[in-house]
Design a binder for this molecule. Sequence first.
Ligand SMILES: *Cc1c(COP(=O)(O)O)cnc(C)c1O
Length: 363
Amino acid sequence: MKKHWPPYNFSAGPAMLPKQVMEQAQSEFTDWRGKGLSVLDFSHRGTDFTEIAEKAEADLRQLLNIPKNYRVLFAAGGASFQFAMVPMNCLRNRAVYVDTGIWGSKAIKEAKQFGQVDVVNALSERDGLQAILPESEWGIEQGFDYLHFTPNETIGGVEFSDAPVVGRGQLIADMSSNILSRKINVEDYAVIYAGAQKNIGPAGLTILIVRDDIIQQPAAQSAPSLMRYSTLAESGSMYNTPPTYSWYLAGLVFDWLIKQGGVDVMEQRANERSQKLYQFIDKRSFYANPIHPSARSRMNIPFTLADESLNARFLEQAEMAGLHYLKGHRSVGGMRASLYNAMPVAGVDALIEFMVEFERTHG
Ligand SMILES: *Cc1c(COP(=O)(O)O)cnc(C)c1O
């Protein structure tokens, strides 16, 4: 393949950051605003970092329209850490977990160690494709503490188009891979959590949005201090040293998002990017996507080649052409294009152009 594109990173996570954000971080790296010091070595309790931390929170509040009775917490440990923290803080009698893929299953496995978990296997088949079972068929028994779901299953490429109606106000969502990519009503949720490395930035940081009454209710007696939402809330996420540099980078991304036009614009772009790629794949018998249109992810698009023996060649040639990390998750195989907020539409155009050319030379 002759053509080469500016490198585009289709990784599912850690994923690409906006170029302007990286350039700003670079320009400030050794000298933040004439201070002569790097954010890396600011004290987390100093006035400079306090300013950075507060601006990041204020910007996120603006972007998601977060009501006053919700706290924003910045935690370490990644989204998987929340698989345990959620039940430690919120599971009293019984929780419902909606399973639509691998991340949901992992959350369920962890929650089961802490109490009664009713599992809804919500991945079903429709017209020979994978779909999300309609809520009317979930068979949920009322009276649960919370309903946990995964709005976007990063590995399978399955996304809810809206929050479930059942359990609104008591929803807990692992929004790791689609936060800030569409408007949400925060009041539908008791807790929202998201690992930062998909749509926000650096790995290892987790953003939490937790309603006050959840923070006030007692956590499991055996819960370590740092795993209690109340500890994080009371200390302003600074019970111990938080991941300061990641917090700063997340703040730069929030600032960038606001300047781009906020979540509305991100939603439009996500729709445009994903529709382009799905429409292309659907027109070709050379390529296929296994998800029903009603449940297709706008963020992660898995696809297969009709002739799987060409997989390795496809990936190798894509890499050479500047299109990186298109390999599907090891449990699914095939390819996966992750199209997060930082991916320009031009990246999808490049991928499609490459796919046309690959089919022409191998089809
Ligand atoms: C990536 C991902 C995780 C895991 O995040 P870690 O920060 O690695 O723990 C959990 N849930 C979803 C939906 C993800 O996409």
